[in-house]
Design a binder for this molecule. Structure first.
Ligand code: AMP
Length: 706
C-alpha cells in the first residue's frame, strides 16, 4: 500500500499530470477504506480523515474536469448504503453468446469451428446458469467492485449489494494469487449470480402472504435482489454464484478455460462441478443430452449448455462478432414440459366481448417461470384437447413463449373429472352469448357488459394508448362496480374529490373502509388531464376498435390526420391506406357510424381530448436516418427504453422501423434475450448493433459506421 494520504491538498498548485496521479491514488485509498469500513466493519482511518480525502478528490475532479469518471467514489451518493447505481465501465467488454437452438445448429457451429482451425479443438462444456451476469473486480486480492453486465461495455455498480452475498469471496486465497500474471493490475472475474429454486419458491410464498408482487422466475428474482437500493434487502435474499471467466485471458498464468476453472476454484470461487473437456463432437452432444436429463433435478435453473473452445490462444485467433465470441456457443434446451393439476376452466371476457376459456392451474415452474394460467383459446380447442377439470395436464413453454396446455394425461384422469361446457350466457353480464358463422370465439354482444367495459377502460389507459399512469385494474374495477364508469369518456368527468373518497372495498385493521386519499386522487387526475394532449393515433388505438392496433392506428392518421377526416373517409378509401386490410377498414368504418361510439367520441372531444395528429416529434430533427430500416429485438435493458420508445426515437430521425427482418433491413439492434430476429439477421448477413451502438444513434442521429 502507498504512503497513507493526508488529504485536503491544494488542487490549484498541481500540474495536470500530478493531479492525475493524485486522483488515482485518492480513489484507490478511498475505495480501500470504503471497503474496510462497509464490508469488514474495521475502518483504519477516522471518519473525518475519510471525508477529507473525499473532499480533496471532489475538488480535484472539479479543477480538472477531464479526470472526472462515472465510477469515481465521489459519484456515489452517501457512500455504499444510499447510493443509486452508478455506471461502471468494464475492463473489457462483457459479451453475450450466440445460440444454437437444436443439435443441428450445434453441429453446424462445430463444423465452422473445425473449418476455422483445421481440426476440432478441445471444447470445454459448461452448464448455462439462468441467472444474472456479474463482474467482480479484485484489487490486491480484495474485492473492490461488483457490476452487472449492463450493455456489455458499461454495467451498474452493485458493489454494496454484492458485499452482502456470503457466497462471494472478499479476498482471493493467497496460493491462487501467486498465479496472477501482474498483481498490480485489478482482476475482473465473471460469472453468474443466481437464486436457487427452493429459495425462489420461499421468496414468492412470502411475497404472496404479504400481498406483494411475486417474481416471475428465479432469474428475475436474482437480478431484482441484486439491484436493490438497500443492501440489507439483498442480504436477506439467498443468492449464490458460479464464476467461470476473467476479463483478460492472460491475467492468470493458465492456458485455457479448463485450467481457468480449476484456478477459480483454488482462488475460493464457486465453480459449477458439471463441466466436461470434450475432444469429440460425440462427447459434446452426450454432455448436452446428460445435462438436459439432469435439468429438473438440479437445485438451480439452467437454460442450456455453453460450449467454449478451450485453448485461450485459439480463442484469441477466432475473436468476436459485435455481440458474441466466435469461439463459444450456447446450446439452448428445447421447450420444457411439466405436468400439473387443472383446477378449473374459467371464462375471460375481452374488451371486444370475446369469451376465452382459461386453464386455472396449480402453479408450476416451467422453463424458468411460474405458470398458473394458460389460455385454452376457444370452445373447440378445449374439446379437441379433451381437457377436463380435475385432469393432470401437460404444460409446455419455450423460453419467453406463452405457456400452452398440450393435453391431459389420460391415465391419471380421476373418475369425477368434469367435461367443460361453454357458457350460454356471459359470465360477466348474463346476456346470451353468440357464435358467429366461421368464428371459433363465443362473443357477448351486450354494450352494457361490465367485463368488456373494464377491459376497454384498461386498454384506454395502457401504455400503447393514452398511457395514464396509476390508473390500474383495482381502481377502474371499483369505478365500474359502483356504476361510475362505463366508457372511456367517463375518465374525463372524474374529480379529485370523488376519487379521494373512493372506497377500495377493503378495510384497515380498525375496520374502517380504505379510500384512495387526496394525494393519489390528485395524481390520478393530473395523469388523466395530461392524457388529453396525446396524439390522435393513441386515441384511435385506445378506442379498442377490432382489428385496429397501435400500428394500424398510426398508419391511419398518416393519411387522415384528424378525427373529422377519418369520419369522412369511405370504406374503400380506408382500404387504400397502407397496412389497412379489408377487415380493418370495415371495422373502423362501422365503428365510426355506430351511435354509441359517436357519442363517446363527441364527449371525449368536448372534454378536450386531442382529435388531431400531433406534429410528428421527428419533424424538428434532421432526417439523418431516412432511407434506413431498423429492426429491434430483445429487451433494451441498458437503454431503459421500451422497444416502442427506441423505435420512436429512430423514427424521429426519419428511419423506418420494421417488425421483421428481411433483405431490405439495414440494421438489427439487439438487446437482452433477443429472439429469432437476431438469428435471421445473422443468416441474412444484416449488420447487428448492440445497445451501446443503438444509444449512440439515438443520441446523435448519426447512422452507424461499421
Ligand atoms: P444471453 O443471455 O443469451 O446473452 O447468454 C449469455 C449469458 O449467459 C452470459 O452473459 C452469461 O451471463 C450467461 N451464462 C450462464 N452460464 C454461463 C457459462 N457457463 N458460460 C458463459 N456464460 C454463461
Amino acid at each position: 500500500m502507498d504512503e497513507p494520504l493526508k488529504g485536503d491538498a491544494m488542487p490549484g498548485r498541481l500540474t495536470a499530470h500530478e493531479a492525475a496521479s493524485r486522483v488515482e491514488a485518492l480513489r484507490r485509498e478511498i475505495e480501500h477504506n470504503t471497503y474496510l469500513y462497509y464490508a469488514l466493519d474495521a475502518p483504519e482511518i477516522s471518519d473525518a480523515a475519510y471525508d477529507s480525502l473525499m473532499r480533496e478528490l471532489r475538488e480535484l475532479e472539479e479543477a480538472f474536469p477531464e479526470l472526472a469518471s462515472s465510477d469515481s467514489p465521489t459519484k456515489r451518493v452517501g457512500g455504499y448504503v444510499e447510493k443509486q447505481f452508478s455506471a461502471v465501465r468494464h475492463d473489457r467488454r462483457m459479451y453475450s453468446l450466440d445460440n444454437a437452438m437444436d443439435e443441428a445448429e450445434l453441429e453446424a457451429w462445430m463444423d465452422g469451428i473445425q473449418k476455422l482451425y483445421g481440426s476440432l479443438p478441445a471444447l470445454c462444456c459448461e452448464l448455462k446458469i439462468d441467472g444474472s451476469s456479474i463482474a467482480l473486480t479484485y484489487r490486491d486480492g480484495l474485492l473492490v467492485q461488483a457490476a452487472t453486465r449492463g450493455d456489455g461495455t458499461t454495467g451498474e455498480d452493485v458493489t454494496a449489494n454484492v458485499m452482502e452475498v456470503a457466497d462471494i469471496p472478499r479476498a482471493l486465497r493467497r496460493e491462487a494469487l501467486e498465479e496472477v500474471a501482474n498483481p498490480d493490475v485489478p482482476l475482473e472475474v465473471r460469472g453468474e449470480i443466481y437464486m436457487p429454486k427452493a429459495s425462489f419458491d420461499a421468496l414468492n410464498l412470502e411475497a404472496q402472504a404479504e400481498g406483494k408482487k411475486q417474481f416471475a422466475n428465479p432469474r428475475n428474482a436474482a437480478a431484482g435482489s441484486l439491484r436493490q437500493k438497500d443492501p440489507k434487502v439483498t442480504a436477506s435474499r439467498d443468492l449464490a454464484t458460479f464464476l467461470y471467466a476473467i476479463s483478460r485471458n492472460d491475467a492468470i498464468r493458465v492456458k485455457g478455460q479448463w485450467e481457468l476453472l480449476a484456478w477459480l476454484k483454488r482462488a475460493g470461487f464457486h465453480v459449477n462441478p458439471d463441466v466436461a473437456l470434450c475432444q469429440t463432437r460425440e462427447e459434446v452432444l452426450a454432455f448436452c443430452a446428460a445435462s438436459l436429463e439432469k435439468r429438473g433435478s438440479l437445485p438451480y435453473e439452467i437454460d442450456g449448455v455453453v460450449v467454449k473452445v478451450n485453448d485461450f490462444a485459439l480463442q484469441d485467433a477466432a475473436g468476436f462478432t459485435s455481440r458474441a465470441p466466435k469461439w463459444a456457443i450456447a446450446f439452448k434446451f428445447p421447450p420444457e414440459e411439466k405436468t400439473t393439476l387443472l383446477r378449473d376452466i374459467t371464462v375471460q371476457v375481452g374488451r371486444t366481448g370475446a369469451l376465452t376459456p382459461v386453464a386455472e392451474l396449480d402453479p408450476v415452474l416451467v422453463a424458468g417461470s411460474v405458470v398458473a394460467r394458460a389460455t385454452l383459446h376457444n370452445e373447440d380447442e378445449v374439446h379437441r384437447k379433451d381437457v377436463r377439470v380435475g385432469d393432470t395436464v401437460i404444460v409446455r413453454k419455450a423460453g419467453d413463449v406463452i405457456p400452452e396446455v398440450l393435453g391431459p394425461v389420460i391415465s391419471l384422469r380421476p373418475a369425477d373429472a368434469l367435461v367443460w361446457e361453454a357458457p350460454k350466457t356471459c359470465p360477466s353480464c348474463g346476456s346470451p352469448v353468440i357464435r358467429e358463422e366461421g368464428e371459433a370465439q363465443l362473443r357477448c354482444v351486450s354494450i352494457d357488459c361490465p367485463a368488456q367495459a373494464l377491459e376497454r377502460l384498461l386498454h384506454w389507459v395502457s401504455r400503447d394508448a393514452m398511457d395514464i399512469d396509476g390508473m390500474g385494474e383495482e381502481i377502474i374495477g371499483r369505478l365500474v362496480e359502483i356504476g361510475r364508469m362505463n366508457d372511456v369518456a367517463d375518465f374525463y368527468s372524474l374529480t379529485v374529490e370523488e376519487l379521494e373518497q373512493l372506497h377500495m372495498g377493503r378495510t384497515n385493521k380498525d375496520g374502517n373502509a380504505i379510500s384512495l386519499g387526496r394525494t393519489t386522487a390528485a395524481k390520478l387526475i393530473d395523469a388523466i388531464q395530461a392524457s388529453k394532449d396525446r396524439d390522435l393515433a393513441r386515441v384511435i388505438c385506445g378506442l379498442g376498435i377490432r382489428h385496429i392496433g397501435k400500428n394500424t392506428a398510426a398508419e391511419l392518421v398518416e393519411t387522415y390526420p384528424s378525427m373529422e377526416a377519418l369520419k369522412d373517409a369511405s370504406e374503400e378509401a380506408l382500404q387504400a391506406v397502407h397496412g389497412i386490410g379489408q377487415r380493418a377498414a370495415a371495422s373502423i368504418w362501422t365503428f365510426l357510424r355506430t351511435p354509441d361510439n359517436i357519442d363517446v367520441i363527441e364527449r371525449l372531444q368536448d372534454a378536450g381530448v386531442t382529435m388531431v395528429a400531433a406534429q410528428r416529434s421527428g419533424q424538428d430533427k434532421p432526417q439523418t436516418l431516412s432511407g434506413l430500416t431498423f429492426v429491434l429485438t430483445g429487451t433494451l435493458t441498458n437503454l431503459r427504453l421500451s422497444r416502442e420508445e427506441a423505435a420512436d426515437a429512430l423514427k424521429a430521425y426519419g428511419a423506418k422501423v420494421s417488425s421483421s427482418v428481411s433483405k431490405s433491413t439495414s440494421f438489427v439492434a439487439v438487446g437482452d434475450n433477443p429472439g429469432s430476429k437476431y438469428d435471421k439477421a445473422v443468416k441474412l448477413g444484416i449488420p447487428v448493433l448492440d445497445e451501446a451502438q443503438l444509444k449512440t444513434i439515438i443520441d446523435t442521429g448519426k447512422p452507424p459506421v461499421l
